[in-house]
Design a protein around this ligand. Structure first.
Ligand code: FAD
Ligand code: SF4
Length: 466
């Protein structure tokens, strides 16, 4: 019988004053006792609506039942049949909008903490030793994956489990995509990511870093000269957008991508042990209010800034960051200026940022997407004193592969056009994740990688028969 409490079993977090100066993980996870208590809140519904909210179709009800029966090993094995990245997804998925958003219990109380339970299982397996994975019969057929973000890693893992010979080509010197260079250590420790990448490599996936498809090799070379029978493109949306306002080229202006990459991938937070510093002034403005903006703001706090302000042209209601990240940012001292739109960056005589000219906004009528558009309030300009500005107003798809692959059709905004299974306009070439959808989420990218892997298998089976 479920034991219904109105609230989720809380997860401990590091105290806000302690964590603001360390990159250690903020959320501390469940132990077995808490996991059992939370699993007992599940109603074991006849129709588990939670599962419909999961883009990779995790059999959530069954996984929770196994946890309830203390069968943790069986539970993680079952979970991993659907999701190759449970430790990552348990930490960074917006469950409140997905599985937990659809949970029946949520109609009266707080939903089951499905994300916390997923994280618990991944951590339990890491500590207690991974289970053997059953692999399909080995096939000589080669499949290339371009990009090692969640879409590419998921596609690689699924294809390797089916027995294919899989190589992942990654432009950077380390794998993981945004999980490596974007999401900071205090939300997703590298140890967790490394563990999940190692598990995918253990399936036989070859990982080749420092290879830029479109420069080092072209996609056509992979298919015509290197005998890859199918290719999955998961190159993401890593091209930062700028505002095109005066002063954006001043020293002290970063894109969030550059700022976070310096910190996460190049180890700036451990300067001088690592030799790529990040210069964070006393007063930092972060423009934008998505997950990336929260990460940049919270990194700036940890990198030593005295005052960090998030500047957003809409109101808090339109903010796209996860609630949890927003609350953690507030607890860590980040300030928010809603309905504020930067119009110019001001510099001193040596070319460094010294201020941000802004205009006050108000919300107008809803646009075609249902969101109310910000409208400038006349005569409301003011200057915010800052030394560093971090722009986090969105990213565009990485253009290199589409530009160097004849016949690969793209949208007007540069995304690769692919159907639901990931098939592009080129035979044998599949794509998924942010390069298709534009900047989205880890689990949507993973889901796209999963569907594409199944479609690639079907395509290669068909080719064998013909
Ligand atoms: P990516 O993760 O972008 O990976 C693409 C990979 O392809 C990269 O490693 C790149 O180097 C490589 N590549 C690119 N071009 C080439 C080439 N020509 N040759 C070889 N390799 C190439 N989502 C959430 O669900 N929860 C969060 O909390 C969250 N936080 C985020 C925080 C930040 C700072 C950012 C930027 C995004 C966040 N997201 C979050 C979004 C999420 O990370 C992305 O939607 C997801 O990573 C997209 O996965 P992907 O596989 O499509 O691409
Ligand atoms: Fe359990 Fe909620 Fe899923 Fe029902 S909808 S099975 S309560 S997690």
């Amino acid at each position: 019988m479920p034991v219904i409490t109105a609230t989720k079993t809380p997860m401990s977090t590091m105290a806000a004053d302690e964590r603001a100066r360390t990159f250690d993980e903020v959320n501390l996870g469940y132990g077995a006792t808490k996991a059992l208590v939370e699993a007992d809140r599940c109603l074991q519904c006849q129709e588990p609506t939670c599962e419909g909210g999961c883009p990779v179709n995790v059999p959530i009800r069954e996984v929770i039942k196994l946890i309830s029966n203390s069968k943790f090993s069986d539970a993680i094995t079952l979970l991993k049949t659907a999701n190759s990245l449970p430790g990552v997804c348990g930490r960074v998925c917006p469950q409140e909008k997905q599985c937990e958003g659809e949970c029946h219990l949520g109609e009266r109380f707080r939903p089951v903490a499905i994300g916390y339970l997923e994280r618990f299982l991944a951590d339990w397996e890491r500590i207690n030793g991974a289970q053997e994975t059953v692999l399909g019969a080995h096939k000589e057929t080669k499949v290339a994956i371009v990009g090692s973000g969640p879409s590419g890693l998921t596609a690689a893992g699924d294809l390797a489990r089916m027995g294919y010979t899989v190589t992942v080509f990654e432009a950077l010197h380390e794998a993981g995509g945004v999980l490596r260079y974007g999401i900071p250590e205090f939300r997703l420790p590298k140890e967790i990511l490394n563990n999940e990448i190692d598990a995918i490599k253990a399936l036989g996936v070859e990982l080749r870093c420092n290879i830029i498809i479109g420069k080092t090799l072209t996609l056509d070379q992979l298919m015509n000269e290197m005998a890859y029978q199918a290719v999955f493109i998961g190159t993401g949306a890593g091209l930062p957008r700028f505002m095109n306002i005066p002063g954006e080229n001043l020293s002290g202006v970063y894109s969030a991508n550059e700022f976070l990459t310096r910190i996460n991938l190049m180890g700036a937070y451990r300067f001088p042990d690592y030799d790529t510093p990040v210069k964070t002034g006393r007063k930092v403005a972060v423009v934008g209010a998505g997950n990336t903006a929260m990460d940049a703001a919270r990194c700036a706090v940890r990198a030593g800034a005295e005052e960090v302000t998030v500047v957003y042209r809409r109101s808090q209601t339109e903010m796209t960051a996860r609630e949890e990240e927003y609350h953690h940012a507030i607890e860590e001292g980040v300030k928010f200026r809603w309905l504020t739109n930067p119009t110019a960056v001001l510099g001193d005589e040596s070319g460094w940022v010294k201020g941000l000219e802004c205009q006050q906004m108000e919300l107008g009528e809803p646009g075609p997407d249902g969101r109310r558009s910000p409208v400038a309030v006349e005569g409301s300009s003011f200057v915010l004193e800052i030394n560093t500005m971090i722009l986090s107003i969105g990213n565009s798809p990485n253009p290199l592969v589409p530009r160097t692959t004849p016949g690969l059709k793209t949208t007007r905004w540069g995304g690769v056009i692919a159907d639901d299974d990931g098939l592009t306009s080129r035979e044998g070439v599949y794509a998924g994740g942010d390069i298709v959808t534009g900047a989205a989420t880890v689990i949507l990218a993973a889901g796209a990688g999963k569907r594409a892997a199944a479609a690639i298998h079907e395509y290669l089976e068909g080719k064998k028969k013909s």
